[in-house]
Design a protein around this ligand. Structure first.
Ligand code: AMP
Length: 213
């Protein structure tokens, strides 16, 4: 299965992409994670991306398209993949089409803006493996420590309230039109994002099982 996950920042794309990856045994890639890794490593790409990310803006298309092109040409994507956070604009979707990549389904996780703002304030990320938690809805077993790798959890710079609002505006303006783009192609499916992770997962699996059938 070749899958794209759409949804506002904080809709739960990262969490659900890990669940889908496990169930369908396909790799998941997040352009946000790749960019954060580049920032951490201090590469030229990372340094130029950081200013955009901290301002709640999208990183220029050519940077992310380059990253994704390289990733999709790797062997591990042969039998399918999940793209979390790419494409995020119509030109990025057109670039993916131009690569000759045939997508089976585009899953949009739908959550209202007010819920997103509430959620982002509680989000915690693992500094080592990137796993995502929430202090109320998906807490780690031990406070501020990753269940998977025991590394410290941190709050992303771009989860600050004013940046979240900017990121939501960017989502509505630039990313949300992708729903129409993929609806026209007949491959858009939607799942309602719920308060509890497992309830969202149930909705996501139900939507994807219909695609498979
Ligand atoms: P995410 O982890 O998906 O929320 O991404 C964090 C930030 O990385 C975004 O707010 C953007 O600044 C940047 N980013 C991630 N994916 C893309 C993309 N496909 N196009 C442009 N910028 C991106």
């Amino acid at each position: 299965m070749k899958l794209i996950l759409l949804g506002a920042p904080g809709a739960g794309k990262g969490t659900q992409s890990a669940k889908i990856s496990e169930k369908w045994n396909i790799p998941a890639v997040s352009t946000g994670d790749m960019l954060r890794a580049a920032v951490k490593e201090g590469t030229e790409q990372g340094l130029s991306a950081k200013a955009y990310m901290d301002a709640g803006k999208l990183v220029p298309d050519e940077v992310v398209i380059g990253i994704i092109k390289e990733y999709l040409s790797s062997d591990k994507c042969k039998n399918g993949f999940i793209l979390d956070g790419f494409p995020r604009s119509i030109p990025q979707a057109e670039a993916l089409d131009a690569m000759g990549v045939k997508i089976d389904a585009v899953l949009s996780i739908e959550v209202e803006d007010e819920k997103i703002i509430e959620r982002m304030s509680g989000r915690r990320i693992c500094s080592s493996c990137g796993a995502s938690y929430h202090v109320v809805y998906n807490p780690p077993k031990k406070a501020d420590v990753c269940d998977a790798c025991s590394s410290a959890l941190y709050i992303r710079d771009d989860d600050a309230a004013e940046t979240v609002i900017k990121r939501l505006n960017t989502y509505h303006e630039i990313t949300e039109p992708l729903k129409g783009y993929y609806e026209k192609k007949g491959i858009l499916v939607c799942a309602k994002g719920m308060e509890k992770v497992e309830d969202t997962t149930a909705n996501v699996f139900e939507a994807l099982e219909k695609v498979e059938a």
